[in-house]
Design a protein around this ligand. Structure first.
Ligand code: MF3
Ligand code: CO
Ligand code: CO
Length: 287
């Protein structure tokens, strides 16, 4: 997910990139039908990776083995590119965030054990377009409160997704996600957000904060493509970046969960590009 820029920095960035590109106005990319077709394809590929890896997320596996399986599948079967690899120096092909790791966990020798929870975040680059999606897995069996954290986080994502249509503002979506999470006595991470996506992995013109105020922020238009990817903590919302400069953990070491989809704004609502067959239809009612 995109690091939340402070507003002035974002303004300067937008200004600078637009001086170099097409005038001074901040421009959000609107995809053409043929670009959307490419995104459909990369999104489906990213979703397929999460399906493929599911049976391997069991006690005893290392996060490095999960990384290798995903890498091989993306490169050799899908003939695509794992976008995280070497992205701003990220050393692996997927992110694996276990237990109190909020996001950007680096696969390595860590062995998964019964009762762990893990987010696997996959971004596939194919035919110049990105598809970005993540989901939670439980390793062996977990308690009822842990299941509730995972379920509330998934529902928070769908709460945001279900609001997507032209005219809705990003603040409306952030506020709805925040309200749903806090009503359930969990907290929303604020330092990382969803993002515009397309030829560029993280298009900075769209930042989908998972908290906010209704009636504020960018107004959605058909043809915009973005991710919604709330990170929800069982304890307090505060996070800490580890010395590896990637791994984000909860400050209080409470468990954290995250789910992510890539979608497009359509004339009537939205289209999820990274949908899996295991997802129920009441979540995709709006198109
Ligand atoms: N896939 C993450 C996202 O949802 C970003 C990972 S960037 C990496 O935006 F470098 F950590 F891989
Ligand atoms: Co993302
Ligand atoms: Co992601």
């Amino acid at each position: 997910m995109l690091v939340v820029f402070d507003e002035m920095l974002l303004l300067w960035l937008a200004l600078a990139s637009n001086i170099l590109n097409k005038g001074y106005k901040m421009s959000v990319s609107i995809k053409t039908e043929s670009e959307l077709e490419c995104m459909r394809r990369s999104g489906q590929m990213a979703a397929d990776v999460l399906e493929m890896i599911a049976p391997y997320v069991v006690p005893g596996v290392t996060t490095e083995e999960l990384n290798e399986r995903c890498h091989d599948y993306i490169v050799n079967t899908q003939k695509a590119v794992p976008a995280p690899l070497n992205y701003h120096g990220f050393p692996k092909s997927i992110c694996t965030s276990v237990n109190h790791v909020v996001c950007h966990g680096i696969p390595g020798p860590k062995v998964l054990k019964d009762g762990d929870i893990i987010n696997i975040d996959v971004t596939v680059l194919h035919d110049d377009f990105h598809g970005d999606t993540s989901k939670m897995f439980v390793v062996g069996s977990v308690g009822a409160q842990v299941k509730r954290l995972i379920r509330v986080t998934q529902e928070a994502m769908y709460t945001g997704i279900n609001m997507v249509k032209p005219g809705v503002r990003l603040g409306d979506i952030g506020a709805a996600i925040q309200r749903y999470v806090e009503k359930n006595r969990f907290s929303v991470v604020r330092e990382y957000c969803g993002h515009g996506i397309g030829r560029v992995f993280h298009e900075p013109e769209i930042q989908v904060l998972h908290y906010g105020r209704p009636g504020t922020g960018l107004e959605l238009e058909a043809g915009m493509t973005l991710t919604i990817e709330p990170m929800v903590n069982a304890g307090k919302r505060h996070v800490k970046l580890l010395d590896d400069d990637w791994t984000v953990i909860t400050k209080d070491r409470s468990l954290s969960a995250q789910w992510e989809h890539t979608l497009a704004v359509t004339d009537t609502g939205y289209e999820i590009f990274t949908l899996r067959p295991d997802e129920s239809l009441d979540h995709i009612a709006s198109f």
